[in-house]
Design a protein around this ligand. Structure first.
Ligand code: ADP
Length: 482
């Protein structure tokens, strides 16, 4: 039976070793849910890094760990500490991540790290090639593995390969600054189908292919040697049912309340006109957190009638804290929150509640369901799933989403209030509009958003990609037999 090989930087597993006791638990991220029908329920194998470096894995424990990984239908790619440093923290997160999010000033071009990137992509290729059998399909994910499709295609031209990029693809003017631009593009072109979240990213990619590689591009098909590579957009959805069901259960008076919910309730009951504005992201410079804080300050100065009537609940998840720009961002965020709270707080009101931590799913639902407004304003974001999750949890269809135009999600969420995250004015007027929006208007906007997100959830996303990949395969077969 033919199988599907899913490849991503990290395996959908959490492995921990405490006092020689080994724990392997599945991680329940959006991608793992989308892949469920091909991986967990189907005939699939997932290839990726386990999260533990070769140095940290005791030789005696290795067979046990591998056995557990294989039982979870996964296959591990071994990475050393140097690989993680130069390939992951280095080239992936200090070169590709900032460049593809238009942060040229943060982008480092270092040959040594590029060499590590190539080396690790080859390590992934080795494991995939060991796993492939005739008739298999490979689906590669994301910016850490841009060279992998061609490395596989070189050795196994018979295998159908799909690639999906989960971050933006930048415009040609940005991409052309990248020293190894040809290699990266040809690496991606090893795939038979290349998917992006939005039509704009697709367009940017095609433009780079045309101008850098001078290849023939016909609408969304690239002629590359004797093959046709198809490019298309597939906006990733969320596990809609999981979020809406959790919110319904949360509404149920019999459900036990969390400590966080009890605290939220106390504050919500202080005054009926007290409104919660929610902000949730990883602490990443692409998410526009300092802009958002400055804009909130500007809003309180421009509309002083909202003092003591609104509260910004800001949740920032620690991320990549060993990369210097993230440390700088953390300091800047701490300072801004301190300054704004110092400036506006009264004995009975603190304008910003700031949490810097990861929270269990149950508490995320508490926050989504207790907030009147979600303020999601990245300066650049491939998609942004938080915006979609907020919508899915609005069981009474009330609430307003304020969303940055720079998030991929904005392309499908026109009924949100869309703003330019660099405009303090846009922020202030959008917040005022959201705070005064009549309930009927909130509900009519929310209903449309919910219908769309429910229909195109993460499983549907994976299904659509696969269907298109299969169809691409048939086109190739016809082309070969002609
Ligand atoms: P990114 O992938 O860039 O981090 P997304 O918005 O696309 O941004 O996805 C973030 C994911 O992380 C969402 O699924 C969200 O539910 C989850 N998340 C956000 N904040 C927290 C938190 N504090 N604790 C746990 N999970 C979180």
């Amino acid at each position: 039976m033919n199988k599907t090989i899913i490849v991503s930087n990290r395996l959908p597993l959490q492995i921990s070793i405490e006092e020689d006791k080994l724990n392997v638990t599945p991680s329940v991220g959006g991608l793992a849910t989308g892949m469920k029908s091909v991986h967990a329920d189907g005939n699939g194998v997932w290839v990726g890094w386990s999260g533990i470096t070769d140095e940290d894995l005791d030789e005696d424990l290795k067979p046990k760990v591998n056995e557990k990984i294989e039982n979870a239908k996964c296959k591990a790619v071994g990475l050393t500490e140097a690989d993680v440093e130069d390939f992951y923290l280095g080239f992936s997160n200090r070169t590709l991540w900032p460049l593809f999010h238009y942060f040229l000033e943060y982008t480092k071009f270092e040959t040594e790290q590029w060499d590590a990137y190539k080396r690790v992509n080859e390590k992934f290729a080795e494991v995939v090639l060991e796993t492939i059998e005739e008739g298999d399909t490979v689906w590669v994910h994301d910016y850490q593995l841009l060279l992998l499709p061609q490395l596989i295609k070189d050795k196994r031209p018979d295998v159908t390969i799909g690639f999906f990029l989960h971050i933006p693809f930048p415009s040609y003017e940005i991409f052309r600054t990248f020293p190894w631009r040809q290699e990266l593009l040809t690496g991606m072109l090893g795939a038979d189908l290349i998917g992006f979240h939005t039509y704009d990213y697709e367009r940017h990619f095609l433009s780079s292919v045309k101008r850098i590689l001078r290849l023939d591009v016909n609408f969304n098909e690239i002629t590359y040697h004797d093959r046709i590579v198809k490019v298309d957009s597939f906006p990733m959805g969320i596990d809609y049912g999981k979020f809406s069901n959790a919110a319904l259960a949360h509404d149920n008076p019999d459900t036990k309340k969390s400590e966080l919910q009890k605290r939220l309730d106390t504050h919500l009951n202080e005054g009926d006109d007290q409104k919660f504005i929610l902000s949730i992201d990883r602490l990443d410079y692409t998410k526009g957190i300092p802009n958002r804080l400055r804009a909130f300050e500007h809003f309180l100065n421009t509309y002083p009638q909202y003092k003591e009537k609104v509260r910004l609940v800001m949740l920032a998840v620690p991320s990549r804290s060993n990369v210097p720009q993230y440390q700088k961002l953390k300091r800047e965020t701490d300072e801004l929150v301190g300054r704004i709270n110092g400036e506006f707080s009264t004995v009975s009101w603190t304008p910003i509640w700031y949490f810097y931590r990861s929270l269990p799913f149950e508490n995320l639902i508490d926050l989504y369901t207790s907030s009147d407004i979600a303020l999601i304003t990245p300066v650049r974001d491939g998609m942004n799933l938080v915006a979609k999750e907020y919508v899915a949890t609005r069981t009474k269809q009330d609430g307003v989403l304020i969303l940055s135009e720079m998030a991929g999600a904005a392309k499908e969420m026109n009924e949100a209030i869309l703003i330019n995250p660099n405009s303090l004015e846009d922020f202030a007027t959008a917040l005022d509009k959201a705070l005064t929006m009549p309930l009927e208007e909130q509900q009519s906007r929310m209903k449309i958003l919910q219908k769309r997100l429910k229909r195109y959830d993460v499983e549907k996303w994976a299904e659509e990609f696969f269907k298109t990949l299969e169809a691409t395969n048939q086109i190739q077969e016809v082309a070969v037999s002609k």
